[in-house]
Design a protein around this ligand. Structure first.
Ligand code: CMP
Length: 139
């Protein structure tokens, strides 16, 4: 899925009413939305999605947070999408996120950091397939 990345607007940002503002930033930055849904992760699905972090001390907290309410999952397209999107969202810890980035504007803490962005083309593809069927992704 070259030139594509996967994102989630996380439960904190949905609860705080930031879906529209975040999508606006994504559009303004030139990303095309090729798949999108409002959904909710079960505890089991959140555990599976974050399996790579299962040994980390924050895993339980992360799974509880990501399964506590609705999320918006989306696949985005733009040249160099993974890197461009990570620039748009800013550092994992909002305290370190550059001014004007999505996490600078909408995240509240390291754990509840408003949005997810894939960290590689390979993970973008894996994460996109985790959330969407072939029919739900525009070609
Ligand atoms: P993200 O990069 O989207 O996916 C992994 C998530 O783990 C990360 O966002 C944070 O929400 C969370 N995370 C990473 N480091 C910590 C930490 N030290 N404490 C709590 N949560 C963390």
């Amino acid at each position: 899925m070259s030139n594509r990345t996967f994102t989630m607007i996380k439960p904190d940002a949905v609860e705080n009413g930031h879906i529209g503002a975040i999508l606006e930033k994504i559009n303004a930055a030139g990303f095309k939305i090729v798949a999108m849904k409002l959904t909710k992760l079960s505890k089991e699905r959140a555990e599976k999605f974050y399996q790579v972090h299962s040994e980390r001390p924050f895993y339980g907290e992360l799974v509880a947070f990501m399964s506590r309410g609705p999320i918006v999952a989306a696949i985005l397209e733009k040249e160099n999408a993974v890197e461009e999107f990570r620039t748009l969202i800013g550092s994992t810890n909002p305290a370190d996120a550059d001014e004007g980035t999505i996490r600078n504007l909408y995240a509240t803490s390291m754990g509840e950091n408003a949005v997810h962005g894939s960290d590689s083309d390979e993970n973008a593809s894996i994460e996109g397939v985790f959330h969407f069927s072939k029919e739900e992704i525009l070609s």
